[in-house]
Design a protein around this ligand. Structure first.
Ligand code: HEM
Length: 136
């Protein structure tokens, strides 16, 4: 018998527990993947989209509700792909996030999610810029 090397594909407990966030994350990444500016970065880096959607649902559940088993390293993950990232991508990312959050979430949750994304994007953008400077 072989054991699966990575988490099972398909819906997961975190996505069942937070169906609104799972819907937001799924919609956002559908659009992000299709976007001419940022889509290619996702296509180049992500092989297992089910795993990414589960991880990001856990990440946003932790951000919004303080629950969800997210154990990742967002700064390290983005610094590792600094050479693929341009500053304008953070603006596009946030435009798509704002739109999707306003479509899917209650107005008050959308406001919280948009504000948190803005703060995290600023941290990621500055870590990426620093890595780019060091590589230059
Ligand atoms: C320039 C805009 C962005 C691009 C192109 C981008 C792209 C990506 C890609 C390709 C990954 C997968 C990395 C990998 O598996 O090696 C990833 C991971 C992730 N991204 Fe972004 N991202 C952007 C901005 C953001 C922002 C603004 C946030 C949060 C507000 C965010 C949150 C995350 C998180 C939580 C992960 C998972 C990291 C981990 O735990 O490994 N990203 N991103």
């Amino acid at each position: 018998m072989t054991l699966p090397a990575s988490p099972q594909p398909g819906p997961s407990p975190v996505m069942h527990k937070h169906p609104d966030i799972a819907r937001l994350v799924t919609l956002f990444y559908e659009r992000a993947r299709a976007d001419a500016l940022i889509g290619p970065v996702f296509e180049a880096k992500i092989n297992d989209w089910d795993a990414h959607l589960r991880a990001l649902t856990a990440f946003w559940a932790a951000q919004l509700r303080g629950r969800g088993a997210y154990r990742g390293q967002p700064v390290a993950a983005h610094v590792a792909m600094a050479r693929r990232i341009a500053p304008a991508m953070f603006e596009r990312w946030q435009d798509l996030w704002r739109q999707a959050a306003q479509e899917v979430m209650s107005p008050s949750d959308a406001d919280v999610l948009i504000a948190k994304a803005g703060r995290i994007a600023a941290v990621l953008a500055s870590a990426v810029a620093q890595a780019q400077d060091e590589a230059a």
